[in-house]
Design a protein around this ligand. Structure first.
Ligand code: SF4
Length: 309
């Protein structure tokens, strides 16, 4: 449990970065003006039902600014509070969904924006990767520390269909293998709280991930956001969402199952207040994190406690 602290009984990203880079590291979210194959798909019509227009890019730079301008503006805001090295982060939509030559130019530019940049993080989908793109990522990983974030969200077939995810587990597994062949760190996104997922499904996805060679995980609560298909479904016929305490208990159960060598990048998500319909408690991100940390300490819980069960 190299990256566990007294307060946080799971491998925190902060401790991992401090160990790897010798100091505090911040992610700078840049917007490369990407779209998403799932949003553009004629058969799937509109992409994942919970996705907003920005594709999780609400906190990224302005896509109309150059990468340099975005980087400098965000750094300026952060430097009022923090100092340290940076990782440039392409988060909004699907950040390998462009021709490989354009990707090469963009990512090369991004990692050269400042001497403080120690890594590159790219969020994408397994079906927006092919041999040429894997090879490009392999090249990039020799120039800088590279993380690829892959959305999975659920492994329950009913949920995959309900959320209109547009790819299956096999596609995801292929991507993990190709990335690991090139020694690239893989970070997987999962979402808790789909009405089609049972509590056991949320534990099964952790057991499944433990069987794969992944290095990081981001755990989110399902957010019902305005202007999404999910909002329409929810407002017409509200379904049960986890309370804060239910979510806390589920995340602790998931962390206890999770392999002790995986880095936990997130245990709760962010969303812009004006777009969020439910659950409103997710806006209190630090309270959610504190509740999880507090209960883990009180119950002598820790990441990996039940991995072997
Ligand atoms: S893959 Fe990501 S960006 Fe694309 S529709 Fe789904 S959530 Fe949105």
């Amino acid at each position: 449990m190299e990256y566990m602290t007294k307060e946080k009984r799971y491998n925190t990203l902060n401790a991992f970065y401090r160990h790897k880079f010798g100091e505090k590291v911040f992610k700078i979210p840049l917007n490369g003006g990407f779209s998403c194959p799932n949003k553009e798909s004629k058969t799937l019509k509109g992409g994942c039902i919970y996705c907003t227009e920005s594709g999780s890019g609400d906190f990224a730079g302005d896509k109309n600014d150059s990468l340099k301008e975005q980087y400098n503006k965000i750094l300026q805001m952060m430097n009022n509070k923090w100092n340290g090295k940076t990782i440039v982060y392409f988060q909004a939509n699907t950040n390998t969904y462009k021709p490989v030559d354009e990707l090469r130019i963009m990512f090369d530019e991004a990692i050269s924006l400042s001497e403080d940049i120690v890594g590159l993080s790219i969020a994408t989908r397994c079906d927006a990767l092919d041999e040429a793109k894997y090879n490009l990522l392999g090249e990039l990983s020799k120039k800088t520390y590279l993380q690829i974030e892959l959305g999975l969200q659920s492994i329950n077939d009913e949920t995959i269909s309900f959320m209109n995810r547009g790819h299956n587990k096999e596609c995801f597994e292929r991507a993990v293998k190709e990335l690991r062949k090139r020694e690239i760190d893989v970070v997987v996104h999962i979402i808790n709280g789909f009405p089609t997922d049972s509590y056991q499904d949320s534990l099964n996805i952790i057991k499944y991930l433990n069987t794969l060679d992944i290095q990081g995980i981001k755990i989110h609560m399902l957010h019902v956001m305005r202007q999404t298909k999910l909002a329409k479904i929810y407002l017409e016929k509200p379904f049960k969402l986890f309370s804060l305490n239910e979510y806390r208990d589920l995340v602790i159960d998931q962390l206890e199952l999770l392999n002790s060598n995986i880095i936990v990048h997130r245990i709760t998500g962010d969303s812009p207040k004006h777009l969020l319909i439910e659950p409103q408690w997710t806006l209190k991100k630090f309270i959610v994190m504190n509740e999880i940390d507090k209960k883990m300490r009180e119950t002598n819980s820790y990441q990996g406690k039940k991995t072997t069960l």
